[in-house]
Write a new protein. Structure first.
Lengths: 217, 298
């Protein structure tokens, strides 16, 4: 089902080069505001693309606003799956239970297929995966969920995937070990580190040459 | 080419469509069943590469089948192929079963089904652990060691005896991490042959560069719900990587205790040295085997 050849995904307001399709990115940091800003800069779609956001802690309206702040019109090309807030506006689907990874995964697959009806290129992301890890009893189900959904869809389709992890969260296991493991499963990692008000340092590995960037957010 | 059995479950008409679709795929051997009970009976007798199931079945739902598989063969990929929308599916007690959902009403649903089933099998797409990005080359590296032909068992057993004594641990083992399971080449203090990869601690430890210590698995969400580990009496764990000269991690040297335990930096460094020794033994034995060349028979 994979379609290739339309070129890499351009990024809004980030110094990183374009990202090749099939790339999965682990986004980590302990400042959730900075993490969100970088997440939406990676995920906000351009004209010929769609985006799918699984939001654990933000309502559909909040996600739409964040997308619009990043790229004009991005929310019109987006689908939001959220664990918070009402089932509106039209592009938002609400999930009742964050631990129902079977139900979330089915919605995720279904929305990817729907998204492909209007745009063949997709940016898919989860914010925050650490909230899912915190909520479930068995971390293995999160790994199965990531393998079965985000990583599979990125592998099969002309897509990129972003998984945001708040490293300050209590996830009931070793954060260091989880990051080490997830780093080997994802194509690359972006570590977001605060560098004063409105500024951050991005440590980028696995996406071409390993680089460090100072950015305004 | 390996042919993978695909168990297809649905109504009479539905399952005929599914099997007919998959019969067109080169490496898939579909087998049809029409109820949860019949599927369970088949799964008890046979191992399968994947399961494709409709949602509504005469004696339950497709998720009943998936839930059962997750208990007995958790790594098996499952595809829910149905025209029932996700929001109308009762996931009930199957919230952690995880399944690939494919809407049967999509215009190209049949084409997608063949592709998806092939993909989930080829990529072990529903395992409950993280797979390194270079898994394929890692497995190639592991396969390059003729473990069955190497006289390493006694050497490794002496080594695990020594490790157990050195750390005053309940169990020490040397395990190689295959695609679906960990095989224990030597084990002192317990009688373990192999363990499904999803249920091992080593599959997590191998992803970490340094020695991984879990002081009490009951306090770690990766392992607390893993009944098999509890049944084996495992409480604490320390594991060090066996790394090939080319940098591929193929196995682990590990310590197990039946009580909570921590390890100092010095002890972790020593465990890593034992892992390097195990790797050297494996390398030397392999070199000797290759130097001897193929056996000539009359």
């Amino acid at each position: 089902m994979s379609v290739t050849g339309a070129g890499p995904f351009e990024l809004a307001d980030l110094p990183l080069g374009p990202i090749d399709d099939g790339t999965s990115i682990l986004l980590t940091g302990d400042d959730t505001d900075l993490l969100e800003t970088v997440f939406y800069r990676l995920l906000s779609s351009q004209d010929d693309e769609g985006s799918l956001v699984l939001a654990t802690d933000a309502s559909g309206r909040e996600v739409n606003r964040a997308l619009e702040r990043t790229v004009d019109g991005a929310s019109d090309r987006s689908t939001v799956l959220t664990c918070t807030g009402p089932d509106s506006p039209e592009n938002v689907t609400t999930i009742d239970d964050i631990t129902d990874l079977t139900g979330i995964g089915m919605q995720f697959s279904s929305l990817v297929a729907e998204s492909q009806e209007t745009a063949s290129r997709l940016r898919a992301g989860i914010i925050l995966c650490s909230s899912i890890c915190s909520a479930v009893d068995d971390t293995r189900s999160v790994f199965r969920f990531l393998n079965s959904n985000l990583l599979s869809q990125v592998r099969r389709n002309e897509a990129i995937g972003i998984c945001a992890l708040d490293t300050s969260a209590d996830i009931g296991t070793s954060m260091k070990s989880i990051i080490a493991g997830m780093s080997t499963s994802f194509t690359g990692r972006i570590e977001v580190e605060s560098d004063g008000p409105g500024r951050a340092t991005l440590h980028v590995t696995g996406l071409g040459d390993d680089e460090t960037y100072d950015v305004s957010l | 080419m390996v042919e993978h059995t695909v168990l297809c479950i649905g109504t009479e008409d539905g399952v005929s469509d599914i099997t007919a679709t998959l019969e067109g795929e080169p490496d898939l051997a579909p087998v049809g069943r029409t109820s949860v009970a019949d599927a369970a009976e088949f799964l008890q007798a046979e191992s399968v590469g994947a399961v494709v199931t409709e949602y509504d079945l005469p004696d339950g739902t497709g998720l009943d089948v998936v839930g059962s598989i997750r208990e007995h063969a958790p790594q098996t990929p499952c595809v829910l192929y149905t025209d029932v929308r996700p929001g109308d599916i009762d996931t009930g007690s199957f919230g952690d079963a995880i399944v690939e959902y494919l809407n049967r009403d999509l215009p190209d649903a049949a084409d997608r089904l063949g592709f998806v089933v092939g993909d989930v099998i080829a990529h072990s797409a529903q395992v409950g652990f993280l797979v390194p990005d270079d898994e394929e080359s890692r497995l190639d590296a592991l396969e390059s060691y003729d473990v069955d032909e190497l006289p390493i068992e006694e050497s490794f057993e002496r080594l695990t005896d020594l490790i157990t004594s050195h750390f005053d641990a309940a169990v020490a083992f040397i395990g190689l991490i295959e695609k679906d399971e960990e095989n224990f080449l030597a084990c002192t203090g317990a009688d373990w042959d192999s363990l499904t990869r999803e249920k091992t601690i080593c599959t997590h430890s191998m992803l970490q560069e340094d020695v991984m210590v879990v002081e009490d698995i009951r306090e770690d969400k990766r392992f607390a719900e893993n009944q098999q580990l509890h049944d084996l009496g495992i409480v604490s764990y320390a594991g060090a990587n066996m790394t090939t000269p080319e940098g591929q991690i193929i196995g682990q040297v590990c310590l197990i205790d039946h009580e909570r335990r921590s390890y100092s930096a010095q002890q972790r460094a020593e465990l890593q040295q034992f892992a390097e020794t195990a790797m050297e033994i494996l390398e030397l034995r392999q070199s000797l085997l290759e130097a001897a060349g193929p056996e000539v028979t009359a």
